[in-house]
Design a protein around this ligand. Structure first.
Ligand code: HEM
Length: 513
């Protein structure tokens, strides 16, 4: 969910809608709410529900929710125009819903028209309804790309991207008196890995950057609009709809030739010297989907590839940004991590086998995912049939949202929850199953049937990036005396409000690359 403050511009339309249809709505609303026992929530206005309150708070949606939670507790309702959002903020209820009643909560709500365009009518893992299409797509992604065996095959791709990351940081620091932008560099490194895994073609940095630009345009177009909540206003947004179709056309026109290049390369082995041995696309060309006669179309392939690239880029880079910020704010943690790296690998550069032998690194990454879950909400869920939770009705047309920070900072589970303290997982004796199966305490990747299938790959990327970055450089604040601000803002994920700039000093000139 993005910030809604930009919707202020559109309040005029909302007012118009209010006048036109309040009578109809009031009748419909009264009949409906008499039947349902929805969780309580802040009283809203006819038609627009709580939209005005959210917009006028001037706060990002995640901050607004955090405030409402203090008054309404572990489960509450926000009426966002025609949508009913039921928000869960408490571990027990989330476990009950996502794990115990997992199959019931495993589907997705109807999408807005823009999202439907980009998901090619819900033909992606994240958007598909719980059913045969989702099962086929998810099974394919997990078994053929994200299993631990498959992941190992892409080790060289990761090594290459890590070397590029270090070189980019060095070059940037040389140009800018030792100062670097963490998010941008981490983002590019992970994007290079995903592009290579997705298309199986070696590409120069310029092409990768162009793909990135296309993806960013898509993400911007997907930002929620007021007519997503009040479809009655959609006639006022025909320009935006046209723009969305244009961006979709550009996305297909740009990616279809790359897809075609890979198709030709595997049909004529040896014909393309840029082709690598295996890619996500190879698993999709002839994919059999239950209930579907033909293999995925080009447009569907574009949607599936875009999902693969988008799912793991901003999320992972965001985690690295927060992680590096915490290492800067807590120099003793950085020193301890550096000592573990040196003890484990000596003078050679860290690789992912070494990473497996570093408990402190694992604790640092787990702690950063607890303190700074990159998304704050899991993707929106919906129930497959009407059910109840915490004594309230959960209807099939409700958007079920899980707010994760309140769980990961719940003093019932964590000692000094606001403190960044990786040692809690070592000497502190605290534990957490991040899949939530044995109990929900921190779920940065969601929980249950729709849990992020990229969990394993994402943690490998975060471990590796942070280990290499700390091994090569000593990290400090910029300007040096600056106290870092740990507040966040929404930008596809929850990133640092003030994007992290850091000073880096090479540790030792003698590292054997
Ligand atoms: C730190 C990195 C990442 C974080 C924090 C993250 C977080 C999440 C979250 C919270 C969800 C929603 C789960 C739910 O609906 O209950 C999700 C779903 C998903 N993620 Fe990730 N993710 C990350 C990396 C990745 C990577 C690397 C990939 C794959 C390339 C990926 C692919 C997906 C897909 C396909 C889904 C939809 C799953 C479904 O609906 O069945 N993610 N992720």
């Amino acid at each position: 969910m993005a910030t809604l403050s930009s919707y202020d511009d559109h309040l005029i339309f909302t007012a118009l809608a209010f006048v036109i249809s309040s009578l109809i709505f009031l009748l419909a609303f009264k009949t409906k709410s008499r039947k349902l026992n929805l969780p309580p929530g802040p009283p809203g206005w006819p038609i627009v529900g709580n939209l005005f309150q959210v917009a006028r708070s001037g706060k990002p949606f995640f901050e607004y929710v955090n405030e409402v939670r203090l008054k309404y507790g572990s489960i509450f309702t926000l009426k966002m125009g025609t949508r009913t959002m039921i928000i869960l903020t408490d571990a027990k209820l989330v476990h009950e819903a996502m794990i115990k009643q997992g199959a019931t909560y495993a589907t997705r709500p109807p999408e807005n028209p823009t999202r439907t365009i980009f998901s090619e009518n819900k033909f992606t893992v994240n958007a598909a309804l719980y059913g045969p299409v989702w099962k086929s797509l998810r099974r394919n992604m997990v078994q053929n790309m994200l299993s631990s065996t498959r992941l190992k095959e892409f080790r060289a791709v990761r090594d290459n991207a890590m070397d590029r990351l270090i070189n980019r940081l060095k070059a940037e620091a040389e140009k800018n008196s030792g100062v670097v932008w963490v998010l941008k560099d981490a983002r590019f490194a992970v994007f290079c890995i995903l592009v290579a895994m997705c298309f199986g073609l070696e590409m120069d940095e310029e092409t990768v950057e162009r793909i990135d630009q296309v993806m960013k345009n898509v993400l911007i177009t997907l930002d929620p609009r007021i007519d997503d909540y009040l479809p009655i206003l959609s006639p006022f947004f025909s320009k935006q709809r046209k723009k969305a179709l244009e961006v979709r056309r550009e996305q297909i026109e740009f990616l279809a030739p790359i897809i075609e290049q890979r198709r030709r390369a595997i049909q004529n082995p040896g014909s393309d010297h840029t082709a690598t041995t295996f890619s996500y696309l190879d698993t999709l060309f002839d994919l059999k989907i239950e209930g579907k006669k033909s293999a995925p179309s080009d447009a569907e392939l574009v949607s599936l590839c875009s999902e693969f690239l988008n799912g793991g880029t901003d999320t992972t880079a965001t985690a690295v940004e927060w992680g590096m910020a915490q290492l800067i704010a807590n120099p003793h943690v950085q020193t301890k991590l550096y000592e573990e790296i040196k003890r484990t690998v000596g003078d050679k550069k860290v690789d992912e086998k070494d990473v497996e032998k570093m408990p402190y690194l694992h604790a640092v990454v787990k702690e950063l995912l607890r303190k700074h879950p990159p998304t704050h909400f899991v993707l929106t869920h919906a129930v497959t049939e009407p059910t109840t939770l915490g004594g309230y009705d959960i209807p099939v047309d409700a958007n079920v949202e899980v707010f994760t920070p309140s769980i990961a900072e719940d003093p019932k589970f964590w000692s000094n929850p606001e403190k960044f303290d990786p040692d809690r997982f070592i000497s502190g004796g605290e534990e957490a199953d991040i899949t939530g199966v044995t109990g929900v305490k921190m779920i940065p990747f969601g929980a249950g049937r729709r849990i992020c299938p990229g969990l394993g790959m994402a943690t490998v990327h975060i471990h590796l990036m942070m280990a290499r970055m700390v091994q090569e450089f000593e990290w400090g604040a910029y300007p040096p005396e600056k106290k870092l601000d740990f507040s966040g803002k929404w930008e596809f994920t929850v990133v640092m409000k003030e994007s992290l700039r850091a000073t880096i000093k090479p540790r030792e000139e003698t590292l054997q690359l």
